[in-house]
Design a protein around this ligand. Structure first.
Ligand code: UDP
Ligand code: MG
Length: 338
């Protein structure tokens, strides 16, 4: 069943812009980020908000967000009840965005806010989602560059959804495309895929990705692998098919081999056959374990979905207009739409 989106007003010359930023231990980058966003925003529009969502940071990030809120009425803070991870933190920030257009960007200044005017032009020309493609990525290890390149290509190949390659979460979104994306409340979130899935008119802009402004990456190998698995399993059942194919190939081989075994059994001359037995047991065992693992990966995701827990909890909304909101707020579709 489809969802009809409420109509949104026409594209203005100077729209209300929401900047949404997930922050996890970003104390060193925040002041510079705030300054650069504010400058770009003031040149492009009259009304804007900057939403900093604190994803359970253990450094002074929250304190900094509070002080930015006190100094600048455009800033809003969101303090999540713990670390929920980048994609959920970004979702929380997006849930609270009220703009006509929304710019999602990382806190570490790898996504230059100065790209905003170019993105706004595309939006005014009719694009609903303007996604930023990384032509170059500075300051990343060869390992990260290579694995990211391979991942985006496997993802593209394995799914029917047209997910653009070399594109992160840095994008400008029209409110109605955002509303559509936010109606998907799945737990294992891969936002860049979800934004492709909802469709709408999408346009690329190209940019060189800068080095991290300060601090170290909050995406260690473990989190990168998680994101990659989420990306592929949320948008493709190709791994299940590959597992079935692997099973078919090994069953065929086993069948041919069993004819040989039978032949030897009947006509005698059987060698002890230790090596071949061991090999086939190991091979089939391996295939079975891989297959079960892939099944488990999908079943785990089904389990996550049926629990139907809220995506996150907000500990506090930090806003000059209405002061703190103690007791927390759970936000899933129901409470958001209420
Ligand atoms: N981030 C987050 N929660 C996490 C990990 C990261 O909110 O658990 C934020 C982080 O603060 C940054 C963005 O996600 O704004 C991207 O993280 P990072 O720059 O470390 O990733 P990389 O650019 O190295 O892939
Ligand atoms: Mg980064």
């Amino acid at each position: 069943m489809g969802i009809t989106l409420r109509s949104i007003k026409a594209r203005e010359e100077r729209p209300f812009i929401s900047f949404v930023v997930p922050c996890y231990n970003e104390e060193e980058s925040l002041p510079a980020l705030h300054e650069r966003i504010s400058k770009v925003a003031q040149n492009s529009t009259d009304t804007y908000e900057i939403i900093f969502a604190n994803d359970g940071s253990t450094d002074a990030t929250l304190k900094l967000i509070r002080s930015l809120c006190r100094k600048d009425p455009h800033v809003k803070g969101l303090d999540l009840s713990r670390n929920f991870g980048h994609q959920v933190c970004l979702t929380a920030a997006l849930d609270h965005a009220r703009g006509d257009v929304i710019l999602m960007l990382d806190a570490d200044l790898q996504d230059p806010p100065e790209l905003l005017p170019e993105m706004l032009d595309k939006w005014r020309e009719g694009a609903d989602v303007v996604y930023a493609v990384r032509s170059q990525r500075k300051g990343e290890s060869i390992f990260k560059l290579l694995t990211a390149k391979i991942f985006y290509r496997i993802l593209k190949w394995s799914t029917k959804i047209n997910i653009p390659v070399d594109t992160g979460d840095f994008r400008l979104i029209d409110a109605k495309a955002l509303q559509a994306m936010l109606s998907l409340r799945e737990r294992n979130r891969f936002l860049r895929g979800m934004f492709s899935w909802v469709g709408f008119h999408q346009e690329p802009v190209y940019y060189d990705r800068d080095e991290r402004f300060a601090g170290t990456t909050k995406y260690p190998l473990r989190k990168m692998i998680h994101l990659a698995i989420d990306g592929i399993t949320s948008f493709s059942i190709m791994p299940l098919r590959a597992a079935a194919l692997l099973g078919l190939v090994s069953a065929t081989i086993a069948f041919i081999y069993s004819i040989m075994v039978l032949h030897t059994g009947i006509y005698g001359g059987g060698v002890p056959g230790w090596a071949s037995t061991t090999l086939s047991v190991l091979f089939l065992g391996g295939v079975q374990l891989v297959t079960i693992g892939i099944l488990g990966e999908y079943i785990g995701r089904v389990f996550d979905e049926v629990k139907n827990r809220p995506l996150y909890f907000v500990r506090e909304v930090i806003d000059q207009d209405h002061e703190t909101n103690p007791g927390g707020e759970s936000t899933d579709t129901a409470s958001r739409d209420a």
